[in-house]
Write a new protein. Structure first.
Ligand SMILES: Cc1cc2nc3c(=O)[nH]c(=O)nc-3n(C[C@H](O)[C@H](O)[C@H](O)COP(=O)(O)O)c2cc1C
Length: 310
C-alpha cells in the first residue's frame, strides 16, 4: 500500500492541534502519500473518551491512514490495539517515541521510551503481534539527551516495525536545536526497513537535499505545511510557487471543512490557521485583529473571501 521502493514517499507529520481531519483532507489533495492522526493517548482510548474517538475519524480520501498512539507499557498498548482492530479504514499503528512534553514523558510515554529501549521494543512487539492492520511503525527522535539513532533504529527493526520515522533532534533539542541529517543517515544505514526523514523540511530545495543526503525512503513534513499545504504539490511537481487564486480556494475549502467537522467551534479553531495563511501578505495584522473577534460562520467566510481576493 505504501510503495517505499519509489523512494519519494511523502508523509504529513502528526501535529497535535493542527493536523486534524479537515487539514489532512486538504493536504491529501496535494499529493501527500500518507497521513497520520494526531497523537492518540492509548489510555484515553481505553477509557472510551468521546473526544479521542472523534480524533480517530478520517476523510475517505485518506488511504493509507495511520493512527499514532502514545503508550507506556505493552499491556496498555495491547488494549488500545484491540480497540483499533475493530475500526475499519486504519492502515497502520504508529508508536509515538518522540513527544518531549513533560506530562507525556512523566507517564513513561513519548520520548521517555528512548531511555528504555527494551521497553520500547516490547511495546512495538506487542503492537505487531496484536494489530490486524497492515503496518506497525515508530516515530522517534535521535535519543533522549544523547544521540544513538542506530540503536533506536535496530531496536525498532528487531521488534518487527515495518518502518521508522526519525525527527532529527533529541528530546533535549525540543523543537529548536539544529536538525542533524547525518544522524538520520546513520539510522538509515543501520537497518533494512524503510526510514523516513523528518525535521525542518519547508521547501522543495530542502526536500530534495534531505532525500539525496540521507538516502531515506521518504520524508515527513509538519510545520512547513501549516499555512502552506500546497508545499506537497510543489515538491511532487518540482514547482517553486502556486497561483494566488488557488490559495483563496484552498483557504475557503479548509474553512468549510473545519465548520463541517467541528460545527460553530470550527470558526474560532480556524483562527490559528488564518494567522499562518495570511502571514507575509499585506494588511495581515489588521486582518488578524478582525478575525480574532469573529465567531460567526457567515461573517468569517466573507472576511476570508475579501482578504484573499486582494
Ligand atoms: C504543535 C506540534 C504538535 C506536534 N504533535 C505531534 C504528535 O502528535 N505526534 C508526533 O509524533 N509528533 C508531533 N509533533 C512533532 C512533529 O510531528 C515533527 O516531528 C516535528 O515538528 C518536526 O518536523 P517539522 O519541522 O516538519 O515540523 C508536533 C510538533 C508540533 C510543533
Amino acid at each position: 500500500m505504501i510503495d517505499f521502493s519509489k523512494k519519494d514517499i511523502i508523509f504529513l507529520a502528526p501535529l497535535a492541534g493542527y493536523t486534524d481531519l479537515p487539514f489532512r483532507s486538504v493536504v491529501k489533495k496535494f499529493g501527500v502519500d500518507v497521513t497520520v492522526s494526531e497523537m492518540i493517548s492509548a489510555n484515553a482510548l481505553i477509557y472510551n473518551s468521546a473526544r479521542t474517538f472523534k480524533m480517530l475519524e478520517k476523510s475517505p480520501m485518506e488511504i493509507p491512514y495511520i493512527v499514532q498512539i502514545a503508550a507506556g507499557s505493552p499491556e496498555v498498548a495491547q488494549k488500545a490495539v484491540e480497540i483499533l482492530n475493530d475500526i475499519e479504514g486504519i492502515d497502520g499503528i504508529d508508536l509515538n517515541c518522540g513527544c518531549p512534553a513533560p506530562k507525556v514523558v512523566g507517564q513513561s510515554c513519548g520520548s521517555s521510551l528512548l531511555e528504555d529501549l527494551p521497553q520500547l521494543s516490547r511495546i512495538v512487539e506487542t503492537i505487531k503481534k496484536y494489530s490486524n492492520k497492515e503496518y506497525t511503525s515508530v516515530k522517534t527522535r535521535l535519543g533522549f539527551n544523547e544521540k544513538y539513532p542506530d540503536k533506536i533504529a535496530l531496536a525498532c527493526e528487531n521488534a518487527g516495525a515495518d518502518y521508522v520515522t526519525f525527527h532529527g533532534r533529541t528530546r533535549a533539542g525540543r523543537y529548536k536545536s539544529e536538525i542533524d541529517y547525518d544522524a538520520i543517515k546513520e539510522a538509515k544505514d543501520a537497518v533494512k526497513i524503510p526510514v523516513i526523514a523528518n525535521g525542518d523540511i519547508t521547501t522543495l530545495e530542502i526536500a530534495n537535499h534531505v532525500k539525496a543526503y540521507t538516502g531515506c525512503d521518504g520524508i515527513m513534513i509538519g510545520r512547513g505545511a501549516i499555512g502552506n499545504p500546497w508545499l506537497f504539490y510543489q515538491i511532487k511537481n518540482g514547482l517553486k510557487s502556486v497561483k494566488k487564486e488557488m490559495i483563496k480556494e484552498i483557504v475557503l475549502e479548509h474553512f468549510d471543512a473545519m465548520v463541517n467537522f467541528y460545527g460553530d467551534k470550527g470558526v474560532t479553531i480556524f483562527r490559528k490557521h488564518l494567522h499562518t495563511y495570511s502571514k507575509s501578505m499585506s494588511n495581515a495584522s489588521l486582518f488578524r485583529d478582525k478575525i480574532n473577534r469573529i465567531d460567526c460562520q457567515v461573517l468569517m467566510r466573507e472576511e476570508i473571501e475579501a482578504f484573499f481576493s486582494q
